[in-house]
Design a protein around this ligand. Sequence first.
Ligand SMILES: [Zn+2]
Length: 422
Amino acid sequence: MAENEIAPLYIGGEAIAQLCAFVENRYSGQCVIVVADSHTYIAAGEAVLQALRNAGISTQVITLPASGLRADESSLSRVLTRSPVESSVFIAVGSGTITDITRYVSYRLGVRFIAFPTAASVDGYASKGSPLVIDGIKRTYFAQPPEAIFADREVLAVAPPELTAAGFGDLLGKTTSIADWRLGTLVRDELFDEGIAMRVTAAVDRCLSVIDSIAQRDPKGLLTLFGSLTETGLCMIGFGDSQPASGSEHHVSHVWEMLTIKNQQSSQTALHGAQVGIATAFSARIYEKLRALNVTDVEKLFYNRLPLSRQNQEREIKMLFGDIGNIIVNEHKEYLELTDEQQLGIADRVIKCWPEIQKIATSVPRAESITRFLEAVGSPTDPYVLGMRPSDVDAGIRGGHYLRNRFTVAKLAHMMGILVDQ
Ligand SMILES: [Zn+2]
């Protein structure tokens, strides 16, 4: 079987029994490590462990404290140091954080892992990358996809409602990530795959068509949400990078998360999907601004704004990000080092492609609709309810585009001088 293949991808009832049968068949006589946090252990970990033991499988459990849990150096070393040398396979019983920690540690130990998700909260279960916070910076580290995924209908249905709402926010983010991907391809010749883009859009549409059922935490709606999130994760694997499911909205959320950690405002960072959902409305608002511009407006905006000075941009990065600013400057060289001619070349391309850019902008729901969708499933819509300082909220909005070397709608708006309302 190819290393990146996830089989089985089981979503339904009796998932623990399915998991046991799989492990018995493949890892009989070997030691299986179950990783959970103190909440997910109660939600499903204990039952998984018991079922494996009843089946005569040798197990060890590693439980991390749920409070303040992050995929960072401390969690990675906790799992690593408690892992027996003879481990054969890991089972991650938890939401995104536990899965990412387990994905990375198992990969570095050279063994596979199986995901047993406890909430439809993120798209990352199927991913092969682990977003980790190392030295205060969030980056996605290469790891491996799970060997198999077993998602249990009953477990998903009793997940904390805010986790499901966050999963919906993460999924809604695909409306702007797909548009950003198309934009980057059009203007900067970034790699693209139409088939994968269509699969992501179809996954979003499937969820929006059952939004009431998701809002009511009906098992059918939750399975659709989980299946759609997983599908977008598989799309990232299929493409080999995160563009299909992560654009400007994710960059904003990454800034918010990094600054919350840096400022140590709270031990618990807001949920990834909750941040992404709010940031999606922000990106959708930029697309709305683009829709209102004709090509003459665009020419004028570029004329007034370009070329951007490297010095000013570096100053802005350091002002927005404080002591992690230097790292961001270093990693954003591709854009910071654009010559005046290269910047004007991008502007020319945008002007030439304006009708197509308008078409992309029209494919994005209005910010107001994004907010309405979020409200319908009980996801937050105001960044301040996530406990952030106004300066951090602002840093995400102004500085998200500095985080990756990708041409997103936020980068375009930055180059046009319309990123924030003047
Ligand atoms: Zn995400």
